[in-house]
Every structure is written in structure tokens, then in C-alpha cells.
Design a protein around this ligand. Structure first.
Ligand SMILES: [Zn+2]
Length: 250
């Protein structure tokens, strides 16, 4: 059975002489594993479109529970990621997060569009990468059933908590004086406003907030550690990305 779909290549692993085993996030079937035979052979027509972080049109063949890539052509290669190793590392982290939090064979248009918008913004340098990373992490958690509850202090109900903190274990907001938990991290007022914006913005506007300096670092720390706490795992691509961390690339 042949099927035509659009797919984002989350991961590619070399297999045998010239094949690739791909983890794809497809528009029609969600996350699947597919083999691209001969993709690494010289002159292969599927080589470019089966590279990691490529968004491609694909014709897939399904037989006996297994997917094979029959044809593939590039829609968007996110070339901007290939010229900057830190951006590529962050793009790979985005892909690893999508792989970790998506469900096999389950279509998820919102998650796909979050991943594509994030890669696009990163590739084109539309926003500070630290903003893209934090917004992606928060939206991803929200889409995956871990939406933080940050409308008011979970203890006293204050909408604008004085000296707000965010609990990484149950994703709730507190005033520092109301919080009895060791698992809470600081969230200054600007970082809190940005977090609220990201969680409620329309999909195409999730990166359209102003945040810089310490407040951006604070938001980034809370978003990353919330994801790590909730998923209870580490991400090799995140450790890799952190090797390239500089002033401008957090
Ligand atoms: Zn309170």
C-alpha cells in the first residue's frame, strides 16, 4: 500500500551499507519508523529529503507492519540550521523532544506545527534562540498534557504573586512566602508574564514576546527544568547543545 504524506525527519541512523532508518513525524500518521533503502548511495534521489530535520514530501510503502520510503523530495531543509552548529544542536533537541513526547502512529497537527514553526524561527534567526527554546518547551508540555497552571498563586489565589516561584513537580505557581516546596524555582514578574503569554498565544505568535537579560535566563531555566522534571529523563541533544552555549545562545 502506497501513501503520500509530508514528514519531518526527527532522526536518521545509518543502517547496513547505504540505508537509513528514519524516525519520522508525519502529517497523516504521526510518529513512525521507516527505512530509506539506498539513501546513502551516490546519486540517491532520496538522500537530501531523508536527512535529519528536513521537512519533506514522501511517498511511503506500507507492508507487513513496516514502512519504507519510496520517494522523497525536500519542502524545507532549514538550511540556516546547517551553517550554525549551536542552532543545529538546538534543532536536534527540538526533534528529540518531539520524539520523546509524541505517540506512535498518532496524528498530531498541533505538535507538528509547533515543531515546524520552532525550526523555521531558529533557521531564519527570527528570534533569540533562548526564547524559541523556552517557548517550544512550554508549549510542548502544554500539548502533551502537562500544561502549567500559572494564572494565580496556588495557595493564596493572588493573581500577581509577589516574588513568584514555579513548582517543577506539579507545574503550579506560588508566591515565595506561600510556597513550602523544595522543588520550586524563581520566576520573576517579567518571566511569569512571558510564560503566561506563551501558554495562551495563538500558535503562530508563541515567540512574539519581549524578554531579555536575567528574566529570559529565569524563564529558560524554569521551562527546561519543568520539561526534564516531568519527562524524568535526560536528552543527549540538550547536553550537546549546552556545549555551545554562549552569551547570545543560551
Ligand atoms: Zn500566594
Amino acid at each position: 500500500m502506497f501513501e503520500t504524506t509530508k514528514a519531518l525527519v526527527l532522526r536518521e541512523v545509518k543502517y547496513k551499507e547505504a540505508d537509513r532508518i528514519l524516525t519520522l513525524f508525519t502529517a497523516d500518521n504521526g510518529k513512525i519508523t521507516a527505512k530509506a533503502r539506498g539513501a546513502l548511495r551516490k546519486g540517491s534521489r532520496t538522500a537530501a529529503a531523508t536527512q535529519q530535520l528536513c521537512w519533506s514530501d514522501m511517498t511511503l510503502f506500507f507492508n507487513k507492519g513496516k514502512w519504507t520510503v519510496n520517494e522523497a523530495s525536500v519542502i524545507e531543509a532549514f538550511d540556516g540550521l546547517k551553517t550554525n552548529i549551536a542552532s543545529f544542536a538546538l534543532g536536534s533537541y527540538i526533534a528529540e523532544c518531539v520524539e520523546a513526547l509524541s505517540v506512535e502512529d498518532q496524528k498530531d497537527a498541533e505538535l507538528l506545527s509547533l515543531a515546524l514553526n520552532s525550526l523555521y524561527a531558529l533557521s531564519r534567526g527570527l528570534h533569540d534562540p533562548r526564547k524559541i527554546k523556552a517557548a517550544f518547551e512550554l508549549r510542548l508540555m502544554s500539548l502533551s498534557g502537562y500544561r502549567p497552571s500559572v494564572e494565580h498563586c496556588s495557595a493564596c489565589g493572588a493573581e500577581q504573586p509577589h516574588d513568584p516561584v514555579f513548582d517543577l513537580v506539579d507545574g503550579r505557581l506560588f508566591c515565595r512566602k506561600c510556597c513550602r516546596r523544595g522543588s520550586a524555582v524563581s520566576l520573576d514578574e517579567k518571566a511569569l508574564a512571558a510564560m503566561r503569554f506563551v501558554l495562551s498565544a495563538p500558535p503562530r505568535q508563541v515567540f512574539s514576546f519581549d524578554l531579555a537579560g536575567d528574566a529570559l535566563v529565569t524563564l529558560g531555566f524554569a521551562a527546561e527544568n519543568y520539561l526534564l522534571t516531568q519527562t524524568e529523563r535526560s536528552f543527549g541533544t540538550l547536553d550537546y547543545y549546552k556545549q555551545f552555549k554562549t552569551e547570545s545562545l543560551g
